[in-house]
Ligand binder design. Structure first.
Ligand SMILES: Cc1ncc(COP(=O)(O)O)c(C=O)c1O
Length: 430
């Protein structure tokens, strides 16, 4: 069964030619280079630099003995805490209850079983997060990428969505909107969400609103499309980003009553696949979602550090001739290097993919090309995750001195500032 020239005939057609997700692959490649003695600046994988808040870690410790299979949909207290969290945080008027919540080992898993349970097309703005489209491919779903532009900060325009949906009216469709965005760090204003909501309602779309970075809006002003289009919106979130707990694997979907049929179908799929989410993690997550002053404080510090570092990094890239927006949330930048295209081509670098490969080889800075996020080949965009720093130390320093200027950043987040120095020097080199 091995030593085949091509794929074995019994390999499912949907997964032929697939590779591990680009973000996972860059992390493994970076670790292999580090193990071989190279200096690598890890701006490839989007992992929160901050520790899990101590009260949440303590809660996990106290619940380590919980070993039972929990309800497929999740621990009732956790589901109640998640519903309350979203009501309070995003100011949702809709009265979400525990029964509207589905808990799973990661929102990625929920996205996957949602696509499995739903029949219809997937609409994705380009660029968007690396895993939505491969998940659709595994299942055999049709994906339609909706174009965006640098001038529109890579955000989906309502008229683009409307024009697409008019082409074949009435077709069942799911739209995934992610804001603050991975890969761009940009987000929608409440006014923009209201207009998009009107288009989604007109075409009866199901919107999966991926708000996993919502709590990391840099000024804490995150709003949700669920406020304007509650009946068609599933709000996706979890512990991975704002609580620094990606490896704990806990994600949540919040459904409106109108989409209970989808919640129920997904619950059935969950019961036949992963069964339930880890019991101790669910218990600790109750503490996280209940929040309180310690977690509020943690978020104030985390947001301010990310805002300052993201702003400094974007300004540095712009000064080096890249086009790059100031980030509004999360921990990503999406620079466009087309202004350097001619000079880079003269150095034998044909496009953004080659740029990322050469940058890693020649400077040790790991970033990902825009093509991994649905941008066309030949494009000069890339995604940079400004997370290679010691988040625990940064929180402590910020609590002592919150004037985060360049000197502070160079002292507390030196790997990111050095990576940006190296990258910008490399770019402008003749
Ligand atoms: C935009 C986006 N959505 C979803 C996820 C998945 O998060 P989880 O850890 O909840 O599976 C990620 C993780 O990188 C992400 O960046």
């Amino acid at each position: 069964m091995t030593d085949h020239a091509g794929p074995p005939p019994s390999l499912n057609l949907n997964v032929r030619g697939m590779h591990p997700s680009a973000t996972v692959a860059i992390n493994e490649h970076s670790n292999a280079l580090i193990a071989a003695g190279h200096a690598v600046y890890k701006l490839g994988l989007g992992q929160s630099p901050f520790p899990v808040p101590p009260s949440v870690v303590e809660s996990l410790r106290q619940h380590a003995h919980r070993k039972e299979y929990m309800a497929v949909r999740g621990l009732p207290e956790l589901r109640a805490a998640v519903a309350e969290f979203h009501r309070r945080r995003a100011g949702l008027r809709h009265g979400y209850q525990a029964e509207d919540v589905l808990v799973a080992p990661g929102s990625k898993e929920l996205m996957f079983i949602a696509q499995l349970a739903f029949y219809g097309d997937l609409l994705l703005p380009a660029p968007s997060w690396v895993s939505y489209s491969p998940q659709a491919r595994i299942i055999g779903r049709q994906v339609n990428f909706l174009p965006t532009s640098l001038e529109d900060r890579w955000m989906l325009r309502p008229d683009t969505l409307d024009a697409h949906c008019r082409r074949d009216r009435g077709r069942p469709r799911v739209l995934i909107l992610n804001y603050p965005s991975n890969p761009t760090g940009q987000t929608f204003s409440r006014d923009e969400l209201e207009v998009l909501a009107a288009v989604a309602r007109e075409h009866q779309l199901i919107v999966i609103s991926d708000e996993i970075y919502g709590e990391l809006h840099h000024t804490g002003a995150h709003g949700s499309i669920a406020e304007f289009y509650p009946e068609g919106t599933i709000l996706s979130a979890g512990l991975s980003k704002w609580c620094g707990a990606g490896g704990w694997r806990l994600g949540t979907f919040l459904f409106p009553p109108q989409l209970r049929w989808l919640r129920d179908a997904m619950t059935a799929v969950a019961s036949e696949t992963y069964t339930t989410t880890s019991a101790p993690i669910q218990c600790a997550a109750v503490t996280a979602f209940a929040c309180g002053p310690e977690i509020d404080d943690y978020l104030v510090h985390a947001r301010d550090i990310l805002r300052a570092l993201g702003t400094w990094s974007s300004e540095k890239l712009v000064a080096a001739g890249a086009r790059c927006h100031r980030p509004e949330g999360g921990f990503y930048l999406f620079p466009d290097f087309s202004g350097h295209a001619q000079r880079l081509q003269a150095r034998g670098i044909a496009d953004g993919d080659a740029l990322c490969a050469r940058l890693l080889a020649e400077t040790g800075v790991a970033i990902l090309p825009g093509s991994d996020f649905g941008r066309p080949k030949g494009d000069w965009t890339a995604r940079l995750a400004y997370v290679d720093f010691d988040g625990e130390r940064a929180l402590a320093e910020h609590a002592r001195d919150a004037t985060v200027d360049e000197a502070w950043l160079r002292r507390v987040t030196p790997r990111v500032t050095t990576a940006l120095d190296r990258m910008c020097d490399w770019l402008v080199r003749g």
